[in-house]
Design a protein around this ligand. Structure first.
Ligand SMILES: NC(=O)c1ccc[n+]([C@@H]2O[C@H](COP(=O)([O-])OP(=O)(O)OC[C@H]3O[C@@H](n4cnc5c(N)ncnc54)[C@H](OP(=O)(O)O)[C@@H]3O)[C@@H](O)[C@H]2O)c1
Length: 187
């Protein structure tokens, strides 16, 4: 069974989550609102329970640990992670990567982790470098960064739309881009 995990998959990543339901047997979607996950699942073309709700607040570390353990136990190793995690949970990725990585050590498989990051991460002095180095610790996880920029139109700029963000994430996954920028980060 192929298994993907989308952290924060009911907001701007909704489109990406739905796209992944076409290519993975199970897509575990982590967010606090069960109803928003269920609304998303109802929009999927495959109405066969492909979306597995992981209803948890990722700032609650022990509950987060339990939710990931449940997903791994129920649906097997995770081979793709897409994460959009607010700075209010600076250690959430470590809790998740520890469990995903341990499971992969048992099976010998690998996981690609697409980390969606705000535009501040494009600054070379930012913590992006630390993030890449951190992920070297999990030898079965291949880290990919997707940086969200903005769109310049007729001498003004705007934020990316949800569909632009989701399309950029799917492109990064499809082309397996180690580092990609959706839109642009410099004027
Ligand atoms: N460069 C850009 O263009 C750019 C960059 C960043 C953001 N934005 C814009 O800013 C808007 C707001 O961003 P947003 O961060 O609110 O993103 P969002 O993707 O709209 O929503 C956040 C996602 O994470 C989940 N989430 C939030 N806090 C959580 C928690 N503590 N535990 C578990 N899941 C949690 C939410 O579900 P629950 O609420 O159910 O938990 C939801 O699925 C976006 O709609 C986007 O358009 C634009």
């Amino acid at each position: 069974m192929t298994h993907a995990l989308v952290i924060g998959g009911t907001g701007m990543l909704r489109g990406a989550t739905l796209r992944l339901t076409q290519s993975y047997d199970r897509v575990s979607v982590l967010a606090r609102s069960r109803s928003r996950i269920e609304q998303l699942a109802a929009r999927g073309e495959r109405g066969d329970g492909v979306i597995h709700p992981l209803v948890v607040d990722y700032t609650q570390e022990s509950l987060l640990h339990d939710a990931i353990a449940e997903a791994l136990n129920d649906h097997g190793p995770i081979e793709l992670v897409v994460s959009w995690i607010h700075s209010s949970a600076p250690d959430a990725h470590k809790i998740i990567a520890n469990q995903v990585g341990s499971k992969l050590k048992q099976t010998g498989e690998r996981c690609r982790w697409f980390d969606v990051l705000g535009s501040a991460m494009a600054d070379p002095s930012s913590e992006k470098k630390n993030r890449i180095e951190e992920f070297l610790y999990w030898e079965k996880i291949d880290y990919r960064a997707v940086i969200l920029g903005f769109v310049v139109e007729a001498n003004s700029s705007r934020w990316l739309s949800h569909s632009e963000i989701s399309a950029g994430v799917i492109k990064a996954i499809r082309e397996d881009l180690e580092m990609s920028i959706v839109g642009q980060v410099h004027p």
